[in-house]
Design a binder for this molecule. Structure first.
Ligand SMILES: [Zn+2]
Length: 263
C-alpha cells in the first residue's frame, strides 16, 4: 500500500533532523559516523521509512519513547522496533487493526487530506518485532551514542533518550506543554515527577525535543511543570478519580492528571 513520503524534514544541525508527520507528531533522526537512529515512528499516516532513506543510507536502529499510536504506529514500516517492556502490552494493542482503524477515525481530517484509507489499518507490510529497551541501554552510532533513561509517567514504559554529542534529550510526550497523565497506561503523578526531575538534570542547557507542541521545550517550562507536580503531589490523593488540569494564567503549560492517581 502506497503512502505519502513528502513529510517535513527539518535539519536541526549536528546530524539531527526533526521529522514532522503532518503536524500530528515529531520524530527525530540522529546520524552517527556508522549508524543512524530514528526516535519515534509517527502514526504511520506517511511512509516514514522512505522519508528517512532520503536522509541517510546508514544502518538504522528504531527506538520509541513510548507505545502510543502516534509514536509507534509508523512501526509498520520497520522489521524491528525498540520499546520499553512495560509498554509491550500497549504496543501489541495498537497493532490490532481494529484499534488502528479507531485511531484513524480520531484523525479523520488528516486521514482524508493525506488520502489514507481506513484499509491502511489492515496493512501487513511489517508487523515489527518488539525488542526491549531498558534504562542504561546505549546505542553507539559512531562518534555519538544514544543513551536510554527510564522515565515512566505519560505511560508506564516511557523512556527519554539522550544524544551524547549534543546533550539533546528526546522526551516524547513525557514532558511537554500539555503533559497528560490521565490515560489508562499512565503512571502516578509522583512517579512522573521523578522522571521529569531526571530529565531536567539530564538536559542541563541542551535542547529538550518533544513529540508535540512547543519545540524545543524550555528549561523554564519544565521547571514550571515540576513545580506544579510537586504542589499536586504534596496535596495528596483525592477521591473520586476525576480528571483535573493544573495550569496557570494561560492555557499552556498544563498537567492533566487523575486525582486518585497522585501517589
Ligand atoms: Zn503519548
Amino acid at each position: 500500500m502506497k503512502r505519502r513520503t513528502d513529510i517535513e524534514l527539518i535539519p536541526l544541525g549536528e546530524g539531527i533532523w526533526r521529522i514532522n508527520e503532518f503536524d500530528l507528531v515529531n520524530c527525530y533522526l540522529v546520524e552517527g559516523e556508522e549508524k543512524a537512529c530514528l526516535i519515534d515512528t509517527g502514526a504511520g499516516l506517511a511512509d516514514i521509512a522512505a522519508a528517512v532513506k532520503t536522509l541517510t543510507d546508514k544502518p538504522l536502529t528504531v527506538l520509541v519513547t513510548h507505545a502510543h499510536e502516534d509514536h509507534l504506529g509508523g512501526g509498520v514500516w520497520f522489521p524491528e522496533v525498540f520499546v520499553h517492556p512495560a509498554d509491550f502490552r500497549t504496543a501489541r494493542l495498537y497493532f490490532n487493526p481494529f484499534i488502528k482503524m479507531g485511531f484513524l477515525h480520531t484523525q479523520n481530517k488528516r486521514r482524508k487530506s493525506h488520502a489514507v484509507s481506513y484499509l491502511a489499518a489492515f496493512q501487513r507490510d511489517y508487523r515489527p518485532k518488539l525488542l526491549p529497551v531498558n534504562d542504561g541501554d546505549a546505542f553507539d552510532l559512531g562518534g555519538r551514542t544514544i543513551e536510554t533513561y527510564f522515565t515512566p509517567g505519560h505511560s508506564v514504559g516511557s523512556v527519554t533518550f539522550r544524544d551524547t554529542r549534543t546533550g539533546a534529550v528526546f522526551v516524547g510526550d513525557n514532558v511537554n506543554l500539555l503533559t497528560t497523565l490521565q490515560y489508562p497506561c499512565a503512571a502516578s503523578l509522583e512517579v512522573w515527577l521523578q522522571g521529569a526531575e531526571k530529565t531536567l538534570e539530564l538536559a542541563g542547557d541542551a535542547p529538550i525535543y518533544t513529540g508535540h507542541g512547543k519545540n524545543p521545550l524550555s528549561k523554564e517550562d519544565l521547571e514550571t511543570l515540576i513545580g506544579w507536580g510537586k504542589e499536586l503531589a504534596a496535596a495528596g490523593n483525592a477521591t473520586p478519580g476525576k480528571v483535573k488540569t493544573r495550569r496557570g494564567e494561560s492555557k499552556f503549560p498544563c498537567i492533566v492528571y487523575r486525582t486518585n492517581r497522585v501517589k
